[in-house]
Design a protein around this ligand. Structure first.
Ligand code: NAD
Length: 285
């Protein structure tokens, strides 16, 4: 039977560490604060934002939500970001994605001060992590969460043949870089990959982030592989499932993450850790 990579309990221990750091900062008069900008009423975004704010409360990070209407102009959104860039009480900010079509996402991300970019999406933070793993202090939270979960279970990726399915800027691409930084031989697959099976069939580690329920099936992976499922898909029944066919895979693989309770809580914990890092940077600590 596969080892269950339990993101819920690992994220709890990560949050305990984060809380200790926050307590230490507070004793120096520094109060980390996260601002979450939400544009419009996307129901999934509302759930994610609530989870992030609840987690902040748990560890003692001040959190503020800035809700802007769907009709907000790009100029108004950029002005809000600039105001928060200048506000010394704000340690970090995130703009909840996706944004309405009339707003250019790259311009919005570019406007955030890289030191306050706790999602790790700014070109400065993405570029820095290409150097090596010592420069991943503000890496995107989801791939960072994957690495922390693998580390916790002492799964050493060095020398592994790793396949990342998905090449988004927030998950797939930074994930590939972080695995490469740790000595894995990485193949990044995506919707135009001609023969996905050719890559997955021999992989020691597969990270799947495509956004399609049950996409990765048992016949696509070798026995004893490690599967990390980043996907979050809501079925018509309301049930949340990942991109991997968990039931089919768990009898074949060495280790697998559940959904929910895998990478989701790890992502939130890493966001809070990035917020603490940002607070320290701003205090020159
Ligand atoms: P995205 O839509 O930006 O990217 C999806 C990727 O999948 C693309 O690169 C595309 O090329 C690839 N893809 C699509 N169909 C494919 C196919 N048939 N074969 C191979 N590759 C294919 O999505 P994203 O933002 O990277 O998110 C991916 C999934 O991860 C979603 O379910 C999302 O909800 C989830 N997610 C979870 C967390 C978390 O905290 N756990 C965070 C971010 C995203």
């Amino acid at each position: 039977m596969a080892t269950l990579l339990d993101g819920r309990s690992v994220s709890d221990s990560l949050l305990t560490e984060v809380k200790q750091e926050i307590d230490a900062l507070k004793s120096k008069g520094i109060a980390p604060k996260l601002v979450v900008i939400v544009v419009g009423e996307n129901p999934a975004s509302q759930v994610y934002v609530r989870k992030k704010q609840e987690a902040c409360e748990k560890v003692g990070i001040l959190s503020e939500r800035v809700s802007l209407p769907e009709s907000v102009t790009q100029a108004e959104l950029l002005a809000k970001i600039e105001e928060l860039n200048k506000d010394a009480s704000v340690s970090g900010m995130i703009v909840q994605l996706p944004l309405p079509a009339h707003i250019e996402e790259p311009l919005v991300i570019k406007a955030i001060n890289p030191y306050k970019d706790v999602d790790g999406f700014h070109a400065y933070n993405i570029g820095k992590m290409f150097l090596n793993k010592d420069f991943e202090d503000m890496a995107p939270c989801t791939p960072k969460g994957v690495i922390k979960l693998l580390d916790f279970y002492k799964i050493d990726v060095s020398g592994m043949d790793a396949v990342v399915i998905g090449k988004s800027n927030i998950v797939g691409k930074p994930m590939s870089v972080m695995l490469l930084n740790r000595g894995a031989t990485v193949t990044t697959c995506h919707s135009r990959t001609k023969n996905l099976l050719k890559y997955t069939a021999d992989a020691d580690l597969i990270v799947v982030a495509v956004g399609k329920a049950g996409f990765l099936k048992a016949e696509m992976v070798k026995e004893g592989a490690v599967v990390v499922d980043v996907g979050i898909n809501r079925l018509e029944s309301g049930k949340i499932v990942g991109d991997a066919d968990f039931e089919g895979l768990e009898g074949k693989v060495a280790a697998i993450t559940p959904v929910p309770g895998g990478i989701g809580p790890m992502t939130v914990a890493c966001l809070l850790q990035n917020t603490v890092t940002a607070a320290k940077k701003q205090a020159n600590l």
